[in-house]
Write a protein of this length. Structure first.
Length: 77
């Protein structure tokens, strides 16, 4: 398995599932030294509701899963 530094994903579109069952779709802007994410152009989905929230700070402890497009992943390897 190949390890990719989190900084290489900056500028990529991500889908983040949170521990409270919300899903965030947006662009990764910053990863701090503690693994917290700053995302821009974010849309939040909660059950059947979807809303634009803009700039969001995502604490590492709240992240359940991260998804990235397969083509983007392949180009970063």
């Amino acid at each position: 398995m190949t390890t990719i530094a989190p900084e290489k994903f900056i500028g990529s579109s991500l889908r983040v599932e949170l521990s409270d069952n919300r899903v965030l779709d947006g662009v990764l802007t910053v990863v701090d030294p503690f693994g917290n994410l700053l995302m821009s152009n974010v849309y939040e989905t909660n059950k059947s509701n979807r809303r634009e929230v803009g700039l969001v700070s995502v604490p590492r402890a709240t992240i359940s899963k991260l998804y990235i497009d397969k083509r983007t992943y392949q180009s970063l390897k």
